[in-house]
Design a protein around this ligand. Sequence first.
Ligand code: EPZ
Length: 418
Amino acid sequence: MDKYVIKGGRRLEGSVRIQTAKNSVLPILAACVLTDGKVTLSDVPDITDVANMTAILSSLGCSIVYEGGSAVIDSSSAHTFEIPSALAHGLRSSVFLLGSIVSRFHRAKIAYPGGCDIGLRPVDLHLSGLKRLGVNISESGGYIICECERLRGNEIMLDCPSVGATENIMLASVRAEGTTVIENAAREPEIVDLQKFLNVLGARVRGAGTGTIVIEGVNKLGGGSFRPMADRIEAGTFLIAAAMCGGEVVLEGVGGENLSSLLHKLRENGCKLRVKNDKIYIRSDRRPLSVKSVETQPYPGFPTDLQAQMTALCTICSGNSIVTENLFETRFKYVPELKKMGADITVVDRSAFVRGVERLHGAVTAAHDLRGGAALVIAALAAEGDSQVVGITHIDRGYSGFEYKLSALGADIRRVGV
Ligand code: EPZ
């Protein structure tokens, strides 16, 4: 298990190029199973979630070749509709593949993904959506088993705007007979990106980004080339790091349009921000002001994937804050770790009550999940003294070259194998 060794207290200065979005690339890779055409994805991030999804596609019989940061996917030889449980458990978002596999093979068998460190992560909305499209679903021995004669378009109302369920239903319906309408669909930018990608392959999808998505089934999809959108969560993580450490940072390759809720909060913190084309400039030259309240909501509300990082920032604000997590049941597991660094936080139900302190101090902390781990790293960068963050394989799931990018901004951080 590798760890980060960090000497805190350094300001961050310089520019950092933002990777393409993990949460766009994963459903797009799942979508490649739908076509026999060759697909080229450029600038695919070097993260373990992508490596795990690649392993799953390979196990289905797809060919994936990485050439200079691009992935060339050919699913023409895909021959298996079952995902081995070891692979499915290694990647929760393997459940997105259900829609693609059942569309291609009219059968699918995948280990039940189960919960993870941020909550129960049920898939009931995925399964009820697939049933509305004509899929018979049974569960046995920890597996979800799907079978259907043919997929038929239908109207589907989601009880909550689930990102994964919206994407799974989109993937299952692009080659169904007739038209599918998803109501109360998730509005995340990654879903707009998936729509763009599917339409490059010849699908007929419209409405992504709104609560109603319409998919007109087509018989066949072709190939194509596509560059996924920038990772707004990686971008937000670096912005919060700059706000915590102080300094002047330029994010390159990302616009501000998908980060409005965070930019609004950081301006409340007293940061200076400017967005120009595909660059975001941030300057922070004082102790952050408190933002009073942060409530995570489905897009365009404040993203749950930036909740931990924002809570870390709140720990050193001049004032008190309340951070409320409305999407996942147990997304505060990083809080006891921040308290080892001197943070004053009390969690009651879904809210963290934070009293701002002048500075955090270094400590040895442990990452329990991807975004909580990132929060511990940026807290250590801002803290006084030496820190270690263990369990950084969680961070490797979603951040490519995290320590290199931070070092290039002046942080004193290095990876050590243990
Ligand atoms: C996606 O997860 C993201 N993952 C998550 O990012 C992100 O936190 C989440 O959307 C919310 O934005 C990927 O895109 C790979 P949901 P997903 O279905 O699809 C409930 C990260 O750190 N729900 O929108 O699993 C669920 O319990 C990860 O990059 C059901 O009740 O999230 C939760 O309360 C973490 N039944 C809420 O919906 C279902 O069938 C939101 O979950 C599905 C979900």
